[in-house]
Design a protein around this ligand. Structure first.
Ligand SMILES: Nc1ncnc2c1ncn2[C@@H]1O[C@H](COP(=O)(O)OP(=O)(O)OP(=O)(O)O)[C@@H](O)[C@H]1O
Length: 319
């Protein structure tokens, strides 16, 4: 159904605000505070933030599941307030919760979902979808007999019935095993290769680092930054020099600002800010202090370092 999308962005959010009304003892809560965000078409975009930052609220507003309090949301060129049907049709959401009807088979679930989106019978791709997520064999089993992993795969297929231009994955790999995680990412990459824009939230920063072209970090309902992943990683002013000191265990005197830690394998890990202590200067200092250096490696910062620096909070933990 959708046609527009003249901008290079699949999604444009401006001034997005959400205040949950007070309920019982709980006071009103402003979960999203004037968020501006542009998500380029064709990207794999990560929405990250500590627990309670407002990620799910934002995603649920995009999905049309939560009503925003203020602001503008354009999905695939459609204003959510002006063209709610078209903007909904452009997006598919794989939610966190396993909301699957236990009495439907996977095939029936997909058919019902396609019906809800008004997909005509001849345009349905139920068999292909079952194949895509590896549920062909279980197509006629009751969903209540599916394993947790299979239910998640069915959720992915449900999000795709109407062939959306944008796929949103809310914590897709929380608590799933390695095989399922790999299968999910394989599918996500394949869909992205075919042009689909992917938006995901994840608590696994390693995963975001590996999968996402661009990352936004939000905290307390506000945007902290939005950058290409490579640029983001370049921001962290931290490196780790890992030194194999052989039998020597005594710590030498270290330049100020260097943190030392002995790793499980016996190597000495020295963390430092390269803007203040250049790597070669640190190595010279170690030599001058008489530290035996059998081997050494410099580890670049990862997304976790950046995240902690920017939010001054521990990285989110998988729930
Ligand atoms: N239905 C609701 N009613 C009231 N407050 C809510 C509701 N849903 C979320 N909140 C609050 O809004 C804030 C943002 O929550 P949200 O779930 O969007 O964060 P999140 O970044 O997705 O967190 P998490 O990583 O823990 O899922 C939190 O303080 C949360 O308690």
């Amino acid at each position: 159904m959708p046609a527009p999308q003249q901008s290079p962005n699949a999604i444009e959010i401006s001034g997005l605000t959400k205040t949950y009304a007070a309920a019982g003892q709980a006071p009103a809560k402003q979960a999203v505070k004037g968020l501006d965000l542009a998500i380029p078409a064709g990207s794999i975009f990560g929405l990250l933030g500590p627990n309670g930052a407002g990620k799910s609220t934002t995603i649920n507003i995009l999905a049309g599941l939560v009503r925003k309090s203020a602001g503008k949301v354009m999905i695939w060129g459609f204003d959510q307030d002006v063209n709610p049907r078209q903007s909904r049709a452009a997006i598919g959401v794989m939610p966190q919760e396993l909301n699957i009807d236990p009495f439907l088979t996977p095939r029936a679930s997909l058919e019902v979902q396609a019906g809800l989106y008004g997909v005509p019978k001849r345009e349905r791709w139920t068999d292909e979808l079952l194949e895509l997520v590896g549920l062909t064999e279980q197509a006629e089993s009751y969903s209540r007999h599916l394993s947790g992993g299979m239910k998640r795969r069915l959720l992915l297929a449900k999000a795709l019935v109407h062939r959306p231009q944008i796929l949103v994955l809310d914590e897709p790999t929380a608590g799933v095993d390695i095989q399922l995680r790999e299968m999910l990412w394989r599918n996500v990459r394949r869909l992205n290769d075919q042009g689909m824009t992917i938006i995901l939230t994840t608590h696994y920063l390693e995963e975001a680092e590996e999968m996402c072209d661009r990352i936004a970090i939000i905290d307390h309902g506000e945007l902290i930054l939005c950058e290409d992943t490579a640029a983001l990683l370049g921001r962290a002013d931290s490196k780790t020099l890992v030194v194999d000191t052989g039998e020597a265990r005594a710590l030498p005197a270290l330049p100020e600002g260097v943190r030392a830690e002995r790793r499980g394998d016996g190597r000495l890990a020295l963390s430092y800010a390269p803007s203040r202590i250049p790597t070669d200067g640190l190595i010279d200092a170690l030599r001058a202090a008489g530290l035996p250096i059998r081997d050494l490696a410099v580890e670049a910062p990862d997304l976790e370092d950046v995240f902690v620096q920017l939010t001054s909070r521990p990285a989110p933990q998988p729930g």
